[in-house]
Design a binder for this molecule. Structure first.
Ligand code: PLP
Length: 390
Protein backbone atom coordinates (compact mmCIF):
# COMPACT_ATOMS: atom_id res chain seq x y z
CA UNK A 1 0.00 0.00 0.00
CA UNK A 2 1.35 3.47 -0.88
CA UNK A 3 1.91 5.59 2.24
CA UNK A 4 -0.30 8.35 0.81
CA UNK A 5 -3.21 5.91 0.63
CA UNK A 6 -3.30 5.37 4.37
CA UNK A 7 -5.89 7.17 6.48
CA UNK A 8 -5.12 10.49 8.17
CA UNK A 9 -4.53 9.25 11.71
CA UNK A 10 -2.48 6.29 10.46
CA UNK A 11 -0.21 8.69 8.56
CA UNK A 12 0.00 10.96 11.62
CA UNK A 13 0.95 8.04 13.86
CA UNK A 14 3.13 5.82 11.69
CA UNK A 15 4.49 7.29 8.46
CA UNK A 16 8.14 8.29 8.67
CA UNK A 17 8.69 6.41 11.91
CA UNK A 18 12.37 5.57 12.46
CA UNK A 19 12.93 1.97 13.44
CA UNK A 20 14.65 1.36 16.77
CA UNK A 21 16.60 -1.69 15.64
CA UNK A 22 18.67 -1.97 18.81
CA UNK A 23 16.04 -1.83 21.54
CA UNK A 24 12.79 -2.34 19.57
CA UNK A 25 11.20 0.76 21.09
CA UNK A 26 7.79 1.84 19.74
CA UNK A 27 8.87 5.40 18.91
CA UNK A 28 11.49 7.00 16.68
CA UNK A 29 14.92 7.19 18.32
CA UNK A 30 16.34 10.72 18.51
CA UNK A 31 19.65 11.23 16.69
CA UNK A 32 21.20 14.49 17.87
CA UNK A 33 24.40 14.08 15.87
CA UNK A 34 25.91 16.86 13.79
CA UNK A 35 28.96 14.84 12.67
CA UNK A 36 28.29 11.89 10.36
CA UNK A 37 30.81 9.84 8.37
CA UNK A 38 31.26 10.86 4.75
CA UNK A 39 29.49 8.14 2.78
CA UNK A 40 29.24 9.44 -0.70
CA UNK A 41 29.49 12.73 -2.57
CA UNK A 42 25.65 12.67 -2.80
CA UNK A 43 25.05 11.68 0.84
CA UNK A 44 26.74 14.20 3.06
CA UNK A 45 24.74 14.02 6.24
CA UNK A 46 24.53 17.28 8.22
CA UNK A 47 21.67 19.19 9.95
CA UNK A 48 21.92 22.21 7.60
CA UNK A 49 21.67 19.85 4.61
CA UNK A 50 18.23 18.89 5.95
CA UNK A 51 19.12 15.19 5.85
CA UNK A 52 19.71 13.92 9.40
CA UNK A 53 17.74 10.73 10.19
CA UNK A 54 15.03 12.56 12.16
CA UNK A 55 14.66 15.33 9.55
CA UNK A 56 14.31 12.82 6.71
CA UNK A 57 11.78 10.75 8.67
CA UNK A 58 9.58 13.72 9.59
CA UNK A 59 9.73 15.08 6.03
CA UNK A 60 8.21 11.76 4.85
CA UNK A 61 5.31 12.15 7.29
CA UNK A 62 4.61 15.75 6.21
CA UNK A 63 4.86 14.85 2.50
CA UNK A 64 2.35 12.02 3.05
CA UNK A 65 0.00 14.34 4.99
CA UNK A 66 0.01 16.86 2.13
CA UNK A 67 -0.24 14.21 -0.64
CA UNK A 68 3.14 15.46 -1.87
CA UNK A 69 6.21 13.64 -3.18
CA UNK A 70 8.64 15.35 -0.79
CA UNK A 71 8.95 17.86 2.04
CA UNK A 72 11.50 19.90 4.02
CA UNK A 73 11.34 20.97 7.67
CA UNK A 74 12.50 24.48 8.67
CA UNK A 75 13.32 26.40 11.85
CA UNK A 76 10.14 28.54 11.52
CA UNK A 77 7.19 29.13 9.23
CA UNK A 78 8.84 32.32 7.96
CA UNK A 79 12.04 30.39 7.10
CA UNK A 80 9.90 28.01 5.01
CA UNK A 81 8.00 30.90 3.37
CA UNK A 82 11.03 33.11 2.59
CA UNK A 83 13.17 30.22 1.30
CA UNK A 84 10.37 28.81 -0.86
CA UNK A 85 9.51 32.20 -2.38
CA UNK A 86 13.12 33.12 -3.13
CA UNK A 87 13.76 29.69 -4.65
CA UNK A 88 11.32 30.60 -7.42
CA UNK A 89 11.97 34.36 -7.75
CA UNK A 90 15.01 36.30 -8.96
CA UNK A 91 15.81 39.91 -9.88
CA UNK A 92 13.41 41.13 -12.56
CA UNK A 93 10.63 38.69 -11.61
CA UNK A 94 7.15 39.58 -10.33
CA UNK A 95 4.78 37.85 -7.90
CA UNK A 96 1.00 38.12 -7.51
CA UNK A 97 -0.01 37.93 -3.85
CA UNK A 98 -3.40 37.59 -2.22
CA UNK A 99 -4.76 40.86 -0.81
CA UNK A 100 -4.77 39.78 2.84
CA UNK A 101 -2.05 37.45 4.12
CA UNK A 102 -0.20 36.80 7.38
CA UNK A 103 1.50 40.03 8.58
CA UNK A 104 5.00 38.48 8.64
CA UNK A 105 4.72 37.40 5.01
CA UNK A 106 3.40 40.85 4.08
CA UNK A 107 6.42 42.43 5.82
CA UNK A 108 8.84 40.05 4.05
CA UNK A 109 7.45 41.16 0.69
CA UNK A 110 7.19 44.91 1.27
CA UNK A 111 10.40 45.27 3.33
CA UNK A 112 12.75 42.87 1.53
CA UNK A 113 11.74 42.14 -2.06
CA UNK A 114 12.80 45.49 -3.51
CA UNK A 115 16.38 44.80 -2.36
CA UNK A 116 16.34 41.64 -4.51
CA UNK A 117 14.83 43.44 -7.52
CA UNK A 118 11.58 41.45 -7.22
CA UNK A 119 8.34 43.35 -7.86
CA UNK A 120 4.92 42.39 -6.50
CA UNK A 121 1.20 43.13 -6.84
CA UNK A 122 -1.43 42.46 -4.19
CA UNK A 123 -4.82 41.43 -5.54
CA UNK A 124 -7.87 43.67 -5.06
CA UNK A 125 -10.04 40.74 -3.97
CA UNK A 126 -10.11 36.97 -3.46
CA UNK A 127 -11.72 35.86 -6.75
CA UNK A 128 -9.81 34.04 -9.51
CA UNK A 129 -10.30 37.10 -11.74
CA UNK A 130 -8.54 39.26 -9.13
CA UNK A 131 -5.44 37.07 -9.46
CA UNK A 132 -5.51 36.91 -13.26
CA UNK A 133 -5.89 40.70 -13.47
CA UNK A 134 -2.50 41.23 -11.76
CA UNK A 135 -0.46 38.79 -13.87
CA UNK A 136 2.32 40.47 -15.89
CA UNK A 137 4.79 39.19 -18.50
CA UNK A 138 7.46 38.73 -15.80
CA UNK A 139 5.16 37.10 -13.18
CA UNK A 140 6.59 33.81 -11.89
CA UNK A 141 4.66 33.00 -8.70
CA UNK A 142 1.09 33.28 -7.40
CA UNK A 143 0.82 33.23 -3.59
CA UNK A 144 -2.33 32.59 -1.58
CA UNK A 145 -3.43 31.91 2.00
CA UNK A 146 -6.82 30.30 2.64
CA UNK A 147 -8.49 30.54 5.12
CA UNK A 148 -6.62 33.81 5.67
CA UNK A 149 -5.65 35.65 8.81
CA UNK A 150 -7.69 37.23 10.48
CA UNK A 151 -11.04 37.34 8.61
CA UNK A 152 -10.97 33.75 7.36
CA UNK A 153 -11.36 34.81 3.73
CA UNK A 154 -11.58 31.87 1.34
CA UNK A 155 -9.75 31.65 -2.00
CA UNK A 156 -10.77 29.05 -4.60
CA UNK A 157 -7.80 26.63 -4.77
CA UNK A 158 -8.70 25.02 -8.09
CA UNK A 159 -9.43 28.33 -9.81
CA UNK A 160 -6.06 29.80 -8.72
CA UNK A 161 -4.22 26.58 -9.65
CA UNK A 162 -5.86 26.58 -13.10
CA UNK A 163 -4.94 30.22 -13.76
CA UNK A 164 -1.35 29.58 -12.61
CA UNK A 165 -1.05 26.58 -14.94
CA UNK A 166 -2.58 28.53 -17.85
CA UNK A 167 0.11 31.22 -17.45
CA UNK A 168 2.97 28.81 -16.61
CA UNK A 169 3.34 30.11 -13.03
CA UNK A 170 4.19 28.37 -9.77
CA UNK A 171 1.29 28.48 -7.30
CA UNK A 172 2.06 28.55 -3.57
CA UNK A 173 -0.17 28.43 -0.52
CA UNK A 174 0.27 29.10 3.18
CA UNK A 175 -1.91 26.22 4.45
CA UNK A 176 -1.29 26.95 8.14
CA UNK A 177 -4.83 27.92 9.18
CA UNK A 178 -6.42 24.83 7.62
CA UNK A 179 -3.65 22.31 8.51
CA UNK A 180 -3.29 19.16 6.37
CA UNK A 181 -6.19 17.68 8.34
CA UNK A 182 -8.69 20.06 6.75
CA UNK A 183 -7.18 20.93 3.38
CA UNK A 184 -4.79 19.33 0.89
CA UNK A 185 -4.13 22.00 -1.79
CA UNK A 186 -2.03 19.68 -4.01
CA UNK A 187 -5.23 17.71 -4.73
CA UNK A 188 -6.60 20.90 -6.35
CA UNK A 189 -3.46 21.54 -8.44
CA UNK A 190 -1.53 23.95 -6.17
CA UNK A 191 2.24 23.40 -6.59
CA UNK A 192 3.87 24.29 -3.27
CA UNK A 193 2.26 23.96 0.19
CA UNK A 194 3.81 25.81 3.14
CA UNK A 195 3.08 25.56 6.87
CA UNK A 196 3.99 27.37 10.00
CA UNK A 197 4.39 24.08 11.91
CA UNK A 198 4.43 26.27 15.02
CA UNK A 199 0.63 26.14 14.77
CA UNK A 200 -1.53 23.02 14.24
CA UNK A 201 1.34 20.61 13.54
CA UNK A 202 2.98 21.52 16.86
CA UNK A 203 -0.39 22.07 18.50
CA UNK A 204 0.84 22.66 22.06
CA UNK A 205 2.25 26.22 21.79
CA UNK A 206 5.78 24.97 22.53
CA UNK A 207 7.46 24.41 19.14
CA UNK A 208 8.59 26.91 16.48
CA UNK A 209 8.99 25.23 13.07
CA UNK A 210 8.04 25.40 9.40
CA UNK A 211 7.51 22.99 6.53
CA UNK A 212 7.14 22.94 2.78
CA UNK A 213 5.74 20.10 0.65
CA UNK A 214 5.72 19.70 -3.13
CA UNK A 215 7.14 17.56 -5.97
CA UNK A 216 10.66 16.06 -5.68
CA UNK A 217 11.86 18.55 -8.30
CA UNK A 218 10.42 21.61 -6.51
CA UNK A 219 11.66 20.48 -3.09
CA UNK A 220 15.15 19.94 -4.54
CA UNK A 221 15.06 23.48 -5.88
CA UNK A 222 13.98 24.87 -2.49
CA UNK A 223 16.70 22.77 -0.79
CA UNK A 224 19.40 24.36 -3.01
CA UNK A 225 18.57 27.71 -1.38
CA UNK A 226 17.73 26.30 2.05
CA UNK A 227 21.24 24.89 2.58
CA UNK A 228 22.68 28.35 1.81
CA UNK A 229 20.17 30.28 3.95
CA UNK A 230 20.60 27.80 6.81
CA UNK A 231 17.10 27.75 8.29
CA UNK A 232 17.16 24.12 9.48
CA UNK A 233 15.45 22.93 12.66
CA UNK A 234 17.26 21.31 15.60
CA UNK A 235 16.82 17.54 15.68
CA UNK A 236 15.38 17.64 19.17
CA UNK A 237 12.58 19.91 17.94
CA UNK A 238 12.16 17.75 14.83
CA UNK A 239 11.64 14.77 17.15
CA UNK A 240 9.15 16.71 19.31
CA UNK A 241 7.28 17.80 16.19
CA UNK A 242 7.01 14.19 15.01
CA UNK A 243 5.49 13.31 18.39
CA UNK A 244 3.07 16.25 18.19
CA UNK A 245 1.86 15.37 14.70
CA UNK A 246 0.85 11.90 15.94
CA UNK A 247 -2.19 13.51 17.60
CA UNK A 248 -2.79 16.25 15.01
CA UNK A 249 -5.73 14.45 13.38
CA UNK A 250 -7.68 14.00 16.61
CA UNK A 251 -6.75 17.44 17.94
CA UNK A 252 -7.74 19.35 14.82
CA UNK A 253 -10.95 17.39 14.30
CA UNK A 254 -11.94 18.21 17.90
CA UNK A 255 -11.07 21.87 17.26
CA UNK A 256 -13.24 21.85 14.11
CA UNK A 257 -16.23 20.65 16.14
CA UNK A 258 -15.61 23.18 18.94
CA UNK A 259 -15.09 26.10 16.54
CA UNK A 260 -18.34 25.35 14.68
CA UNK A 261 -20.18 25.22 18.02
CA UNK A 262 -18.60 28.48 19.22
CA UNK A 263 -19.23 30.23 15.86
CA UNK A 264 -22.94 29.31 16.02
CA UNK A 265 -23.21 30.45 19.65
CA UNK A 266 -21.48 33.81 18.90
CA UNK A 267 -23.49 34.29 15.70
CA UNK A 268 -26.75 34.05 17.69
CA UNK A 269 -25.51 36.31 20.53
CA UNK A 270 -27.13 39.74 21.00
CA UNK A 271 -23.82 41.36 22.06
CA UNK A 272 -21.86 40.17 19.01
CA UNK A 273 -22.19 42.14 15.78
CA UNK A 274 -20.22 39.91 13.38
CA UNK A 275 -18.71 36.42 13.24
CA UNK A 276 -16.23 35.31 10.57
CA UNK A 277 -16.08 31.53 10.23
CA UNK A 278 -16.17 29.56 6.94
CA UNK A 279 -18.39 26.93 8.57
CA UNK A 280 -21.26 29.43 8.87
CA UNK A 281 -23.57 29.55 5.82
CA UNK A 282 -23.51 33.37 6.20
CA UNK A 283 -19.74 33.46 5.47
CA UNK A 284 -19.13 34.67 1.88
CA UNK A 285 -16.63 31.84 1.28
CA UNK A 286 -18.80 29.06 2.77
CA UNK A 287 -19.68 27.33 -0.54
CA UNK A 288 -16.07 27.28 -1.79
CA UNK A 289 -14.83 26.17 1.64
CA UNK A 290 -17.34 23.29 1.54
CA UNK A 291 -15.86 22.15 -1.81
CA UNK A 292 -12.19 22.29 -0.82
CA UNK A 293 -12.04 21.77 2.97
CA UNK A 294 -12.70 18.56 4.92
CA UNK A 295 -13.37 20.58 8.07
CA UNK A 296 -13.73 24.34 8.55
CA UNK A 297 -10.89 24.65 11.06
CA UNK A 298 -10.40 25.89 14.59
CA UNK A 299 -9.96 29.60 13.83
CA UNK A 300 -12.68 32.26 13.83
CA UNK A 301 -12.97 36.01 14.42
CA UNK A 302 -15.77 38.09 15.89
CA UNK A 303 -16.70 41.68 16.72
CA UNK A 304 -18.48 42.83 19.85
CA UNK A 305 -21.23 45.43 19.51
CA UNK A 306 -19.69 48.91 19.12
CA UNK A 307 -20.59 50.01 22.69
CA UNK A 308 -18.62 47.09 24.23
CA UNK A 309 -14.94 47.63 25.03
CA UNK A 310 -13.14 44.76 23.24
CA UNK A 311 -9.92 45.25 25.17
CA UNK A 312 -11.72 45.09 28.56
CA UNK A 313 -13.59 42.01 27.35
CA UNK A 314 -10.35 40.18 26.52
CA UNK A 315 -8.81 41.15 29.85
CA UNK A 316 -11.89 39.80 31.66
CA UNK A 317 -11.60 36.31 30.18
CA UNK A 318 -10.37 33.79 32.74
CA UNK A 319 -10.08 30.46 30.92
CA UNK A 320 -9.41 31.73 27.39
CA UNK A 321 -5.93 33.27 27.33
CA UNK A 322 -4.74 36.29 25.38
CA UNK A 323 -1.88 35.01 23.16
CA UNK A 324 0.12 36.14 20.15
CA UNK A 325 0.15 32.70 18.50
CA UNK A 326 -2.65 30.26 17.66
CA UNK A 327 -3.68 26.65 17.14
CA UNK A 328 -2.71 25.20 20.51
CA UNK A 329 -4.95 22.79 22.40
CA UNK A 330 -5.81 25.71 24.71
CA UNK A 331 -8.23 28.41 23.49
CA UNK A 332 -6.66 31.83 22.94
CA UNK A 333 -7.72 35.27 21.73
CA UNK A 334 -5.86 38.15 20.10
CA UNK A 335 -6.64 41.65 18.86
CA UNK A 336 -5.33 41.93 15.25
CA UNK A 337 -5.36 45.74 15.55
CA UNK A 338 -3.01 45.66 18.55
CA UNK A 339 -0.80 42.78 17.39
CA UNK A 340 -0.53 41.05 14.00
CA UNK A 341 -1.88 44.01 11.99
CA UNK A 342 -0.68 46.88 14.23
CA UNK A 343 1.91 47.99 11.65
CA UNK A 344 -0.81 48.69 9.06
CA UNK A 345 -2.25 52.21 8.98
CA UNK A 346 -5.81 52.62 10.37
CA UNK A 347 -6.95 53.34 6.76
CA UNK A 348 -5.31 50.13 5.46
CA UNK A 349 -6.90 48.11 8.30
CA UNK A 350 -10.28 49.62 7.46
CA UNK A 351 -9.73 48.81 3.77
CA UNK A 352 -9.01 45.19 4.75
CA UNK A 353 -12.17 45.06 6.91
CA UNK A 354 -10.27 44.74 10.22
CA UNK A 355 -12.31 46.62 12.83
CA UNK A 356 -10.60 47.91 16.00
CA UNK A 357 -12.86 45.68 18.08
CA UNK A 358 -12.14 42.52 16.06
CA UNK A 359 -11.14 39.53 18.20
CA UNK A 360 -9.39 36.52 16.66
CA UNK A 361 -10.33 33.34 18.47
CA UNK A 362 -8.21 30.18 18.27
CA UNK A 363 -10.57 27.52 19.57
CA UNK A 364 -8.95 24.75 21.60
CA UNK A 365 -10.10 21.34 22.75
CA UNK A 366 -11.77 22.36 26.04
CA UNK A 367 -15.47 21.62 26.68
CA UNK A 368 -17.49 24.26 24.82
CA UNK A 369 -19.80 24.85 27.80
CA UNK A 370 -16.74 26.04 29.76
CA UNK A 371 -15.67 28.34 26.90
CA UNK A 372 -19.20 29.77 26.69
CA UNK A 373 -19.35 30.30 30.48
CA UNK A 374 -16.04 32.21 30.29
CA UNK A 375 -17.28 34.45 27.46
CA UNK A 376 -20.58 35.07 29.30
CA UNK A 377 -18.86 36.11 32.56
CA UNK A 378 -16.49 38.45 30.63
CA UNK A 379 -19.41 40.03 28.73
CA UNK A 380 -21.32 40.46 31.99
CA UNK A 381 -18.33 42.22 33.57
CA UNK A 382 -17.95 44.62 30.61
CA UNK A 383 -21.75 45.20 30.58
CA UNK A 384 -21.73 46.12 34.31
CA UNK A 385 -18.76 48.50 33.89
CA UNK A 386 -20.57 50.10 30.94
CA UNK A 387 -23.73 50.59 33.02
CA UNK A 388 -21.77 52.08 35.93
CA UNK A 389 -20.06 54.55 33.57
CA UNK A 390 -23.42 55.98 32.40
N1 PLP B 1 1.64 31.81 8.34
C1 PLP B 1 0.63 32.05 9.19
C2 PLP B 1 -0.77 31.95 8.69
C3 PLP B 1 0.89 32.41 10.52
O1 PLP B 1 -0.14 32.65 11.35
C4 PLP B 1 2.24 32.49 10.95
C5 PLP B 1 2.57 32.87 12.34
O2 PLP B 1 1.75 33.35 13.10
C6 PLP B 1 3.26 32.25 10.03
C7 PLP B 1 2.93 31.89 8.74
C8 PLP B 1 4.71 32.36 10.42
O3 PLP B 1 5.10 31.26 11.16
P1 PLP B 1 6.31 31.27 12.22
O4 PLP B 1 5.93 32.20 13.31
O5 PLP B 1 6.42 29.84 12.60
O6 PLP B 1 7.53 31.77 11.48
Amino acid sequence: MKQQNKGLNTICTHVGQLEDKEFKGAISPLYMGTAYAFEDIDVKRYPRYFNTPNQVALAKKIAALEHAEAALIFGSGMAAISTSLLAFLKAGDHIVIQKIIYGGTYNLVVEEFEKYGISYSFTDGFGAEDFEAKIQKNTKVVYIETPSNPLLNITDLKAVADISKKHGLVSMIDNTFASPVNQNPIDFGIDVVIHSATKYMGGHSDICAGAVASTEVNVKRIFQLAKNFGGSLSDYTVWLLERSIKTMGIRVRAQNVNAQHMAEYLHAHKDISAVYYPGLPSHPGHDIAKKQMKGFGGMLSFELNADFNASKFQKSLKLIKPAMSLAGVESTVLSPTLTSHSLLSPEERKRQGIADGLIRFSVGIEETEDLIADIEQALEKVRKEKEMAV
